[in-house]
Design a protein around this ligand. Sequence first.
Ligand SMILES: [Zn+2]
Length: 386
Amino acid sequence: MVRIIADPSVLLSYSLLAFSSFITSATSWTKLTDAGLKKIPSPGDSLHPDLGPLLKPLLIPRVVNTEGSRKALAHFTTFFGGMDWSLHYDNFSQPTVLSKDPVPFSNFWATLDPPWKKNDNQEGEIARLVLVAHYDSKIEPKGFIGATDSAAPCAMIMHVAKSIDKAMRRKWAQMEKDGDEFAMADEPGFMVLLLDGEEAFKWWTAEDSIYGARHLADKWESTMHPAHSTYKNHLSSINLFVLLDLLGGPKPRIPSYFKTTHWAYQHMADLEIRLRAMDLLESGKDHALFLPDRDKTVFPDGLQIEDDHIPFLRRGVDILHIIASPFPSVWHTMDDDGAHLDKNVVNDWAVIVSAFVVEWYGLEPFLNGNGDGMSTVAERGNKTEL
Ligand SMILES: [Zn+2]
């Protein structure tokens, strides 16, 4: 059915809505105060390679279509299901360079959306910030763990999700109480996307790599939301695709790769600078910046690294690529294991990205001073001094 809206007053309210969306998306970034920064939950030991309930289960080989891969997926299901997020699986099979027989792959995503957008057919009305990592590991060398590639990034994202889960729900309960329809219509959701099949089975080529990302980008582009939706498909509802990869090694350096999303890089870099100056990062006040490019103005063409973002980038999705360059020294060797992670750096990434998400959604008023069952970064500092 095509509905033509002819009533001028309705047209006016529609255009006001569009105007308010524009203003909100352009200006809604809410900087954390110093007091707010201190309330960011610390991962504590949850990302410890030997003890951490988030990371340890992932430090196993996770080759596509193996027991390890299924264990990783079960770990995500238990974790996000336990927080009552909506869980989604994109299961598909396709031939690889190793065999003509189709191999099963499984992408996973979990969403946390405003409760008023969960009902009916609201999928086309929800924009989302998406945090992304790949969970598969490389088939060779045999027994390869891929701690930075990308077990640690997956676990960091799990900590971020846990850090903001309750604050998001408190924010939305408050919004429902306030009943501001424009704000409620604009309110985005949040997605964690964990991709399968990033690694090549033989040599990295366009055909032998990023199997999961290629499949999902294609599927999301071709699956349309209902007519008249604000966002025509799943790709257009991605506000920003933040891809974490090759993180957790010592002395990381992450350039700003894209001029179009440098604004987001700058927000994250600012947070690192402030957290570091307040001595809230475990790598210490004087550690070299992980994100040194805040003031970069020249973006040479072609500076990018092939990764899971490529099929999304080619379809016009905004990408923030948080990948170490140079790559960690242990890259694609047996040494990319738990023992070679830098525990302070792993925790700091989890804190920096958590703070970024807290600012994105304006969650400071809804952060619990006691870390919602985790310690806060400020308390961690106190504990170290004792
Ligand atoms: Zn790799």
